[in-house]
Write a protein that binds this ligand. Structure first.
Ligand SMILES: O=C(O)CCC(=O)C(=O)O
Ligand SMILES: [Mn+2]
Length: 212
């Protein structure tokens, strides 16, 4: 298990802007956080998840998102993102064990997890930040990747400086505050990637934000 961050010495800068020298993104990469058995157990479990491909409303049109997903959480942790309201489904066994492991290892107190499945490199996630009002202010977001390696690209809002963080199977990336205020992120298409990838983002929501 190798740790990188909270600086960018070892991540590739995608543009070089003299004015943005020395920007440090508040992220931590822990390569190889999950072993092969843990990854296999989670991947098997994902096959049982009720993944859906919801439509979101963008520029006056409905579009099915280019991946499938599911939201699990404690009761009272429903989530409204990209105009979608999703009720929390109860924790599956291994996703719950992973939540406990993150709490033990890093003190991360997540009460929900968004699971995204990218069938292959045609699936993607556009630029965004996870700054919905029900996300507890200053909480960490912990991202676990399993399956195909994909690039996670981050962009500093003020300078537009971009960095590429390749995420491999078993890696953990922790985004600390003020990542969601000052940076955006995306998972671009990679047409050469033929294998699926699953990503779990563990989040801490304000309970009952959307009522009981
Ligand atoms: O798949 C990833 O690595 C990123 C997922 C993400 O940004 C999200 O679920 O908000
Ligand atoms: Mn995100």
């Amino acid at each position: 298990m190798k740790q990188q961050g909270l600086g960018f010495e070892s991540f590739e800068a995608l543009s070089h802007d003299a004015g943005s020298q020395g920007i440090q993104a508040p992220v931590q990469l822990i390569s190889g956080y999950l072993n092969a058995d843990q990854q296999a157990a989670l991947l098997n479990e994902v096959d049982t998840y009720p993944l859906t491909r919801p439509e979101i409303h963008v520029y006056g049109q409905n579009h099915a998102i280019p991946r499938t997903q599911a939201w699990f959480g404690d009761s009272g942790c429903d989530y409204l993102y990209s105009g979608l309201f999703v009720k929390a489904l109860s924790w599956p066994k291994y996703a719950g064990k992973l939540r406990e492991k993150l709490r033990r290892d890093f003190g991360i107190t997540a009460n929900g997890v968004l699971v995204n499945r990218y069938a292959n490199g045609q699936d993607s996630m556009g630029w965004h930040c996870d700054d919905e009002p029900e996300i507890l202010a200053c909480s960490d977001i912990a991202s676990i990747s399993i399956g195909a390696s994909r690039d996670f690209v981050i962009r500093h809002k003020a300078s537009q400086q971009q960095y590429r963080i390749p995420l491999h199977s078993g890696d953990l990336l922790i985004m600390h505050a003020p990542m969601q205020d000052e940076w955006e992120h995306c998972v671009p298409k990679r047409l050469k990637v033929l294998e699926p990838r699953v990503n779990f983002t563990f989040r801490e929501l304000i309970k009952h934000y959307h009522g009981a």
